[in-house]
Design a binder for this molecule. Sequence first.
Ligand code: AVJ
Length: 312
Amino acid sequence: MTDNFANDVLKGLTAKNKHLPSKYFYDDNGSRIFQEIMNMPEYYPTNAEFEILSMQSKQIFEALKFSGPFNIVELGAGDGFKTFKLLEYLVQNDVDFHYVPIDISQEAIDILTQRLKEKLPSLKIHPKVGDYFEILKENKQSDYPSLLLFLGGNIGNYLEERAKELLQLFNENMKTGDKLLIGFDLKKNPIIIHNAYYDKHGITKRFNLNLLIRINRELDADFKIDDFDFYCYYNPTTGNVKSYIVSLRKQTVHLKAINEVIHLDYDELIWTELSKKYALEEISELANHAEFTVENNFLDCKHYFTDSLWTK
Ligand code: AVJ
């Protein structure tokens, strides 16, 4: 793991246009800061998706049209807060299903399992820690159909080509008739998006700068955090939110663990994240490209977010 991190960081920081992968935001500190982001009133996606799964569980279940037992496989289950509403509905209505949450964090999976066992004692839960595709491959052998969950709008972090590849991989690891429920943040009034990402509390700034703290710790580097700022902007035409770390001085950073030196110019940018916002037409294009059929879009009442239900 450390090797990959070191390689990716070095590759990104020595590129002509510097960049760092947003997947590295989520160390223990980063995950905690992300919780703070989700608790900000301005960060609407969490509330929107929570509303969808609270208010429309019945409609989602009916749209699956599964006649017998099935599996629900959740990719990146995290603490499972949103999914709870869907699981609760199914358990209360005696639906026959097995829940397979997958996450790379053992800790997250333990917490989730513990909570669900308390709150929904009759839920059949089979937690897995590890690589999504290994586990999906196993699941493909199941006698029962599956609903895959990829919630939270994580697809927005992928460049178009990468998103297409990921969805094709999902497709290859599904059986004909299996379903995918996937969250997309929608294009909307740009001011709302701006306020969610360029937040006045500075929490998203801390979330980004934490990546430098992580590099300091894991690669024995000497980033001076106060010499960096955060900037992000939304382009309503493309739907892209792009986030950057800004170097406030011309400076040199040592990555001692890998014996490398990085030079940063005054005002130089390090691109850290893409959070793409979609139009419904773009979502169908993505689905069709990966050989899925869009069955339904479940939107919140403000039309900020959709959980899109696809069939292989
Ligand atoms: C967890 C990827 C859905 O892009 O909205 C929140 C992460 N970044 N604020 C997103 C994030 C800045 C979030 N996702």
